[in-house]
Design a protein around this ligand. Structure first.
Ligand code: PAF
Length: 281
């Protein structure tokens, strides 16, 4: 069934007010389009939580810096709508950049805490303020009871969870497990940039994460495990941005399993593509 595409805040509000008036709960899946199975897992998780489901599709210029891939970021609205056609999505919220950031727009949310953990923020300094600003707008526009975010962007998940709490937004941020290819590569819209050779090397990230997690869980020294993991990633052709063990909730640096639950996080570049991934220990 063709999915209803909404392009104005007033039409969106009318739908949301109608649903809320009937006591129907709403789930939001925020996306930048280029939908893959990972997004569809968010959609299914949203469906399980709420009677009404909104998928937003908006490539957010505020979270890209000038040298990043905003211009080349895959855009495929028609294919995205086709992918959602049989998923019982009530509407696709597809605003333009001019609608989201009209002339004179002058407000930005600048998150701290997990947004300044020295992971993605170190390499993409404006990223989380762009994400927090657009997600706050989407949450206010769609007024969902639940908003679904993938574990794959783990720091983003923590930033958005903190922001919703700090701003008293009446929404539950729901984490959804990363979807992987059979060889372990985490699904990402940016995987489409990989050449065949790069694609063949890409599963190294997940292999190293699982190897490191196993060794840390067995009590091996964290620093040595991470050093060896970093070397393995670089040997496979990646330039490593970071491979870190952090406290799974606060993202603070952590020295051993005794200090709390550990999340291993990695970011690395191969060719023109930057990939991230993470797993629990
Ligand atoms: O994870 C993403 O796709 C984006 O960062 C999000 C949450 C849709 C905000 O633009």
């Amino acid at each position: 069934m063709a999915i209803r595409v909404v392009r104005t805040v007033s039409a969106l509000r009318r739908a949301v007010i109608r649903w809320r008036g009937r006591g129907e709960r709403i789930a939001l899946v925020p996306t930048m389009g280029a939908l893959h199975e990972g997004h569809l897992a968010l959609v299914r998780a949203g469906r399980r939580r709420a009677r009404r489901l909104i998928v937003s599709i908006f490539v957010n210029p505020a979270q890209f810096t000038p040298h990043e891939d905003l211009a080349s970021y895959p855009r495929s609205l028609k294919a995205d709508l086709d992918a959602l056609a049989d998923m019982k999505v009530d509407l696709a919220w597809a605003p333009t950049a001019a609608l989201m950031y009209p002339r004179g727009f002058a407000t930005r949310i600048v998150p701290q805490g997990p947004a300044t953990a020295g992971l993605e923020d170190k390499f993409r300094p404006h990223f989380f303020s762009g994400v927090a600003t657009v997600v706050a707008k989407l949450l206010i526009q769609c007024a969902p009871d639940f908003a679904m975010f993938g574990d794959k962007d783990y720091q983003q998940l923590k930033v958005v969870t903190r922001m919703a709490k700090d701003l008293d937004l009446p929404v539950k941020i729901v984490p959804v497990a990363t979807v992987r290819e059979r060889d372990g590569l985490a699904l990402s819209s940016r995987n489409s940039y990989l050449s065949p050779d790069e694609r063949a090397a890409a599963p190294t990230l997940y292999r190293v994460l699982t190897d490191c997690a196993g060794r840390i869980a067995r009590g091996e020294l964290l620093a040595r495990v991470l050093d060896e993991g970093a070397a393995a990633i670089e040997r496979s052709g990646f330039a490593l941005d970071y491979l870190e063990a952090r406290h799974a909730e606060t993202l603070a640096p952590i020295g051993s399993l005794k200090e709390g639950p550990i999340r291993l996080l990695v970011a690395a570049r191969i060719g023109k593509t930057r990939l991230i991934d993470n797993i629990a220990v």
